[in-house]
Design a protein. Structure first.
Lengths: 307, 307
């Protein structure tokens, strides 16, 4: 496989990959599949009707990971990809699905990843998705991830969705339906700067008895950037949901947060909390008295907040 | 003034009035002014261009109240009224503005009260509004209050908005703009039962430096009733806002809560919290071990919750 220095840097940033991974993977670059590999238990199959892949994890597969990073290193690329992921009954796997755009030119480069994920009965999935934009060009770096998650009975999913930096515009759309006993945790971390804009919509439907969801959002808006959060949790069954949005605004950043909780069953228990503010002055001062500059102190606090 | 037993009962329920009040008042019944009185410092003047009154509180007026209850005792009445209230600089007054509908028949009776309230520099107002529906008829009892509040520098407003019971449909719309140093507290309490529906929209704009708003909503949805809360707090200045929604659902009641906070200034501090759930079983059991029936225990808990 032919990866240059930029490719390697992006892979490291968005998928923690320092080299071609062991096990199953698919690497997509500038709208083309660069290389893929299936393992004994995880099949990676290109779709025939549209761009994208099917990932089929065999029932009972344990302690395996599949990496499906996407790289864009050209200016003016618009890449739309449809991935379907099926985690077989009782499996326990990690899916790493990041996207990095290095835009060297003046045209917009964009990746829209539409992921349909089915987690079968009793299966567990940890899903990690990091987004990053770089490159010296003036062209926009746009990432619009759409995730549709179906969780069957007693399945467990942890999603870590992170926008590290450098993404000019993002419209994040996450939908999940939970059956009986399913358990979902989503941790979303967004950092915007410059004139970037980020919108995150979530719709979590608690449909089965005893299922539960926890949504944690942490965000930092610096410079003139803007962020909008609209997580919605609807409980149609005796189920529990909790939404937590914490945001730091700096410079002229703007953040709007409107989590909605909706109880359509009398045994539902739903809660949410949100807070938007600047970095606590006491925290800054404490670190400055330890010898850090204001800038260093801010960085330490933001790093801790986003981790 | 000619008040019958039903009128007196409604007046007591919505305005805590056991007889004609001292000081300024206006009593409106079935779309007509029944009686009004101005005081030395509070003028109550009928509008000439549309139904409603102007209430002008002289600057510096202290420890006075004005009562402006509305009664509807007929079936098939649709009463729309426009009231303008101006609280003069440095005044400190109480405004009591409730509405009671006793619908004896099968047609809908409705009151839409549009209140524009200007609270001048340094003035304080406590505003109490209770809504109640009764009567043996099958006709709907509808109450749509709209309140537009302008708060000048350093003014202080406390609003207590309560829907006691018996209101079949309500669309509550509350808007407020706060200048420098202004301080607003809104406590809204809603109880719905049967097939009732309640929607409460609020838009609170924090425009001046150092102003602050606190919105507290407590609601109970019983039987097949539905409630929707959409409080929005926007901070355009170094200001503080807090929204708190606590809801109890019983039977087949449904509640949706989506407070939005939006920080458009880096020194803004906004928070919100919401919780929807049923009555805590431990609380019920504790009261039942003290000898209360389940029904009595529920009533005690709900009463406490809504007070």
């Amino acid at each position: 496989m032919n990866l240059n220095a930029i490719d390697s840097e992006l892979l490291k940033t968005v998928a923690d990959l320092h080299k071609i991974p062991r096990g199953a993977f698919n690497i997509r670059k500038n709208g083309q599949a660069v290389e893929r590999r299936s393992s004994d238990h995880i099949q990676v199959i290109p779709k025939t009707d549209k761009p994208g892949i099917d990932i089929i994890v065999a029932p009972g597969t344990k302690n395996e990971a599949v990496h499906i990073p996407v790289l864009i290193t050209l200016s003016g690329v618009v890449d739309v990809v449809y991935n379907t992921i099926e985690i077989g009954e009782g499996a326990d796997v990690v899916v790493v699905a990041g996207c990095g755009i290095h835009n060297p030119g003046s045209e917009r480069s964009q990746h829209d990843g539409i992921h349909e994920i089915i987690v079968r009965k009793g299966a567990r999935m940890r899903y990690i998705e990091k987004h990053y934009g770089g490159g010296e060009g003036t062209g926009e770096r746009v990432l619009n991830p759409k995730t549709i998650l179906i969780m069957e009975e007693d399945s467990v999913v942890e999603m870590e969705l992170t926008q590290i930096k450098g993404v000019d515009s993002t419209l994040r759309d996450t939908k999940a339906k939970l059956a009986k006993g399913a358990n979902l945790t989503i941790v979303e971390r967004l950092m915007t700067h410059g004139r970037q804009e980020a919108i995150s919509d979530m719709l979590i439907e608690l449909e089965g008895e005893g299922c539960s969801a926890k949504i944690i959002s942490r965000s930092v808006a610096r410079d003139d950037s803007k962020q909008v959060f609209r997580p919605v949790v609807v409980a149609k069954a005796p189920a529990k949901g909790h939404v937590e949005c914490d945001s730091i605004i700096m410079d002229r950043g703007k953040i709007s947060s409107s989590p909605a909780i909706s109880a359509e069953h009398p045994e539902a228990q739903l809660t949410h909390e949100a807070a938007i503010g600047k970095i606590a002055q006491e925290q800054l001062m404490k670190l400055e008295t330890l010898g850090l500059s204001e800038k260093e102190a801010e960085d330490v606090i933001l790093r801790g907040f986003l981790q």
